[in-house]
Design a protein around this ligand. Sequence first.
Ligand code: NAD
Length: 338
Amino acid sequence: MAKIRVGVNGFGTIGKRVATAVALQDDMELIGVTKTRPNFEARTAVSKGYGLYVPAENVQAFKDAGIAVSGTIDDLLGKVDIMVDCTPGTLGEFYREKYKAAGVKAIFQGGEDHALTGISFNSTANYSESWGAQLSRVVSCNTTGLLRTLNPLDRKFKIKNAFVTIVRRAADPGDIKNGPINGLEPSVKLPTHHGPDVQSIMPWLNINTMAVKASTTLMHLHTVVVQLASETTTEEVLEVFRNAPRVRMVSSKDGIKCTANIMELARELGRDRSDMYEIIVWEDGVKVVGNTLYYYQAVHQESDVIPENIDCIRSMCKLEQDAAASQAKTNKAMGISQ
Ligand code: NAD
């Protein structure tokens, strides 16, 4: 079977990781990536052997900077079956129309609204809803994290209500524009958008979210309180988490006490860019009292959505019908153990 030809629009935090992950899959071919400016990331793309496509009006600037380009963004659209759009979350409508005109399927990211595509994607919760679709949207890093644990819990126990506080990283590590660099900033528009975003995939779920920006770049941390439909035990919940796709259990007794320790573990795992694709749950921070469940989880914002994008390509391009089979294939290629 011919490989699916993939392009990545926007070679930033998410786009560069999606490009690497696509290049690792044996049923996909990375045709090229796009850059708007001739900077070090454009040089990195070329040095990795990726085709580099740029806006027509900027071709000369890349030539002047000594960076070889393979063509324009429009040229790339003529060569691919699907584009993974990783541009900042403001260009969705503009690019959606371009992809439609070129007859190319497209995946957008969580910075865009659900309404842009009408379908949102999470591999654990709704893999089959994007089957054969022209457009889909991989939900944000925080929403992905919540779905990875809440969906398996809901399947097993039925959730009556979930209350989540998201302690958000203030900026990505390479971002010097955002903050705060010293302070905690509550999101005063309540409830925050995260709950409705989870509901774009689990519309029946009662979920209430608040958020606080914290002076860190490493990871987000969620505190989660869930009212289950019936009483259960801590051990039964731990069993659900242990079997949930792309959820990794850690223990503070093992020295993993904070997000810095998780990133240190990720470096030891030796993965690409020291990424942590799984959602981290503290085993000794899970507690059930009656029908109320408490837990903490941590989200590596730069990377948890990357395997989701790969599974979404498989669903939209009808490469693999079974979610678990696609997850297993993606995981094997990316070195994810569960
Ligand atoms: P980013 O700023 O790191 O990268 C965006 C890339 O798009 C940059 O390379 C930029 O040069 C490029 N770009 C800008 N204008 C363009 C244009 N007109 N045409 C083509 N490319 C253009 O952003 P990011 O963090 O990678 O975010 C991308 C998307 O992923 C957003 O929707 C965001 O909400 C979502 N997302 C981000 C994170 C995160 O933590 N960084 C996590 C999950 C999802």
